[in-house]
Design a protein around this ligand. Structure first.
Ligand code: SF4
Length: 417
């Protein structure tokens, strides 16, 4: 039985780096115990990058590929894009009517971030930026999530969410919203290969999806002990970035690494080689999974839809029916309907060619009753790409829950017409 409902998300930043791995592995581990909603927080990215949206679609895709490659299972969890579920924005608006301004102004990150952006020459003193913790509260509460996995720096925002829930329940005499609790995780801070904060913009990151030769280049570029000039010089592991990584990824042998370094028993080349092997071992299965999602075939798409159906059927019959609400019409199984759907499809030449290739398989599946008309519509809407299809289906699942909450919110607020 599920322990509760979890909502978590990340701003779409494109390819993630290995510093994000522990957070994602934590998410992946929660999927068996909780009902999980994992959100690409694109509306949040607008609070600071409202004037720079050109990369949003590709950044979203790359980040979702990283999530999937680390083990986020889109059949178990709803993986979706925040702006595709408009109920987040609606609930944010309702909360903004009764949230005192002082609650938002006192958020510890608010003034810090304003100052940081000001130093970079960017003015983000906007209505949206001030209100983003309120949007976070809406993100969580629209799924009636009772648990939120966070790092310590996010605790004030969870506290604000609890206050918002409490205030709404009090004002409208309801017990609709739970007061969500933080599920605190301690995640090691992985430095960049030059010792600064790991960041794509500094060029000092190791991407989760990096190819072997790129990983090798990065590990070789790691800063070691600057006082260790010759192989026989004793080392000082405490100032070495390779050692910091050994501490995170090779902790069982750390004592030996330190002793061998200090006594010059081991050289930096061997130490880096060992680290490279550890990182490679960690990333190999991730790369393999990523490639499967990235180069999806019709068989993958088909299998994904079948898995989702099976999963939904296991959860609840009524929910499954909601998700597939034109099954009734499908009983007629008119091939012309499917062909008409194909004609509606507007895509690139490559997509159309792909569609032609697999068209007969789709029609066969439809005629055999494996696929419904709505399955075909989803495939076409998602432009026959597995990641897009996952986001379409994830959005549907998230919307079902969010709509139900909004209905209850409107009832509680007497918004009847
Ligand atoms: S032996 Fe390893 S820990 Fe010691 S300085 Fe060289 S790379 Fe760093």
């Amino acid at each position: 039985m599920s322990k509760g409902t979890i909502l978590s998300g990340m701003r779409p930043t494109g390819r993630l780096h290995i510093g994000h791995l522990s957070v994602l592995e934590n998410w992946a581990g929660l999927q068996d115990e909780y009902k999980c909603f994992f959100m690409v927080a694109d509306l949040h990215s607008l609070t600071t990058k409202f004037d720079d949206t050109a990369d949003l679609p590709n950044d979203t895709r790359q980040m979702v590929l990283d999530w999937l490659s680390v083990g986020i299972d889109p059949v178990k969890s709803a993986v979706f894009v925040q702006s595709a579920v408009r109920e987040h924005a609606e609930l944010h608006l309702y909360f903004s009517m009764n949230a005192p301004l002082t609650w938002l102004e006192r958020c510890p990150t608010y003034k810090d971030q304003l100052a940081q952006f000001e130093k970079q020459g960017k003015d983000i003193t906007t209505y949206g930026f001030l209100g983003y913790p309120l949007l976070q509260a809406a993100d969580i509460l629209v799924y009636l999530a009772d648990t939120v996995p966070v790092g310590e720096d996010q605790l004030p925002h969870i506290e604000l969410t609890r206050e918002i829930a409490r205030r709404f329940n009090f004002l409208y005499k309801t017990d609709l919203f739970p007061e969500p609790k933080a599920l605190l995780g301690r995640f090691p801070l992985v430095p960049g290969v030059d010792g600064r904060k790991m960041s794509k913009s500094y060029g000092n990151d190791i991407a989760i999806s990096a190819a072997s030769d790129e990983v090798k280049k990065r590990v070789n570029a790691m800063v070691t002990d600057p006082q260790r000039i010759r192989r026989e010089d004793p080392g000082h592991p405490e100032v070495c970035i390779v050692h910091k990584y050994q501490e995170i990824y090779n902790n069982e042998l750390l004592e030996y690494v330190q002793q061998a370094c200090r006594s010059a028993e081991r050289g930096c080349v061997a130490c880096k080689q060992e680290l490279l092997e550890i990182v490679e071992q960690m990333l190999a299965p991730v790369r393999e999974r990523r490639a499967r999602y990235e180069n999806s075939s019709y068989d993958d798409l088909r299998q994904y839809i079948l898995n989702v159906k099976e999963n939904l059927a296991g959860q609840s019959n009524s929910q499954a029916n909601d998700n597939d609400n034109d099954n009734g019409k499908d009983n007629e199984r008119l091939p012309e309907t499917v062909v008409a759907r194909f004609k509606e499809f507007t895509g690139t030449r490559r997509e159309k060619n792909y569609l032609r290739e697999i068209g007969q398989s789709i029609i066969d599946d439809y005629m055999a009753g494996v696929f419904s008309e709505s399955d075909i519509r989803d495939l076409l809407d998602a432009k026959l790409d597995l990641v897009s299809l996952i986001l379409v289906k994830g959005g549907q699942r998230a919307r079902l829950k969010a709509r139900d909450t909004i209905k209850k919110v409107r009832e509680a607020m007497n918004l009847k017409y």
